[in-house]
Design a protein around this ligand. Structure first.
Ligand SMILES: [Zn+2]
Length: 60
């Protein structure tokens, strides 16, 4: 088993940070995931520029 972040071989099957080799790799990989998620730009569609005439009745 190898750490998906740094590729280091993990020999200890009781490794608490599996599948990562360490807490650090786990946090880095997790942070990478989150930052990539936030980095995704919101799709700008031209339709969003128009006011929707069918306004949601529950919307103030
Ligand atoms: Zn690692």
């Amino acid at each position: 088993m190898k750490c998906p972040h740094c590729g280091k071989e993990i020999e200890d099957s009781k490794q608490p940070y599996r599948p990562f080799c360490s807490d650090r790799c786990k946090l880095i990989d997790l942070g990478k995931w989150i930052s990539e998620d936030y980095r995704v730009p919101a799709p700008e569609t031209e339709n969003n520029d128009q006011r929707n005439p069918m306004k949601d009745p529950g919307e103030e």
